[in-house]
Design a protein around this ligand. Structure first.
Ligand code: ARG
Length: 266
């Protein structure tokens, strides 16, 4: 079995689509919190069945996107780099998540000066942190995180508004390799990715559009949106165990499995 991971999650009790901060959100179409909770629970169950530990942060009324825990912070080597949200609507989530870490004894913690949306735009591999910019996280936050965490951070530029966070277009398969959708990145960043990860899994536009790249891998098991069929086949071909989950209700806010998951790396 893959080594056990520790995840922080937030039950979507107050989930709703009430404002528009990405192209997936349509308040007139709405979303159903009860359905979201049921789907979210299947994700939590999947982690626990894999032997991973799940901690919970209390949802806050009036913060409908708080279920997207990935955005709450970036935790590497036990150091907690706090989020500073780009949008007013989500601004209160940053301090709420940071408070959870302080109250649970994590240190050091850092209140970021620079705009960043946590693991939504920072993906950690063994020797490098990949960082997205273009829509949410400021490039200056990449430097701030590098300095605080003591890990090299490589900037990647996102160019398609549907893939506004790095974790909507790329996920680490393990500590050294990734899967990604090239169309989400600038030409230069595509070149950087080809250079760094010649053996990466390249996903199709179809699999990206169902949040197939918003997956969570422990190196052996990949928790993946059930609709990402072609990507699932390729991952299996590479010897990975694929665990399909249906988070279609959360997709109405522009999120998937990874968005709901903040990894706490000791
Ligand atoms: N509605 C949320 C937003 O636009 C969705 C966040 C999804 N989270 C993520 N890690 N991609 O901010």
């Amino acid at each position: 079995m893959a080594p056990s991971r520790h995840y922080l999650m937030c039950r979507p009790d107050h989930f709703a689509v009430e404002y528009v901060i990405n192209p997936w959100m349509d308040p007139s179409a709405g979303a159903d919190a009860a359905t979201a909770v049921r789907q979210w629970e299947s994700l939590k169950d999947a982690y626990e069945e894999l032997g991973h530990r799940v901690s919970l942060i209390d949802p806050v009324e009036g913060l409908p996107d708080m279920v997207f825990a990935a955005n709450g912070a970036l935790v590497v080597g036990g150091r907690v780099y706090g989020a500073r949200f780009a949008s007013e609507q989500r601004a209160a989530e940053g301090p709420a998540y940071l408070r959870w870490f302080v109250e649970n004894g994590y240190e050091p913690t850092m209140e970021a000066m620079e705009t960043n949306e946590g693991e939504g735009d920072f993906l950690t591999l063994d020797h490098v942190i990949l960082a997205g910019t273009g829509f949410r996280t400021a490039i200056t936050a990449h430097k701030e995180a590098q300095e605080f965490l003591g890990r090299p951070v490589v900037t990647l530029r996102l160019v398609d508004p549907r893939y506004y966070h790095l974790d909507t277009a790329l996920f680490p398969l393990d500590g050294t390799n990734i899967a990604y959708y090239p169309g989400a990145f600038s030409r230069g960043s595509q070149e950087v990715l080809r250079h760094m990860f010649p053996d990466a899994v390249l996903a199709s536009a179809e699999d990206a559009a169902v949040f197939g790249l918003n997956a969570v891998s422990d190196g052996e098991n990949v928790v993946l949106e059930a609709d990402a069929g072609e990507l699932a086949l390729e991952l299996k071909r590479r010897g990975l165990n694929v665990i399909p989950v249906d988070l279609s209700e959360l997709r109405k806010a522009g999120g998937g499995p990874k968005c709901c998951t903040l990894e706490i790396r000791p």
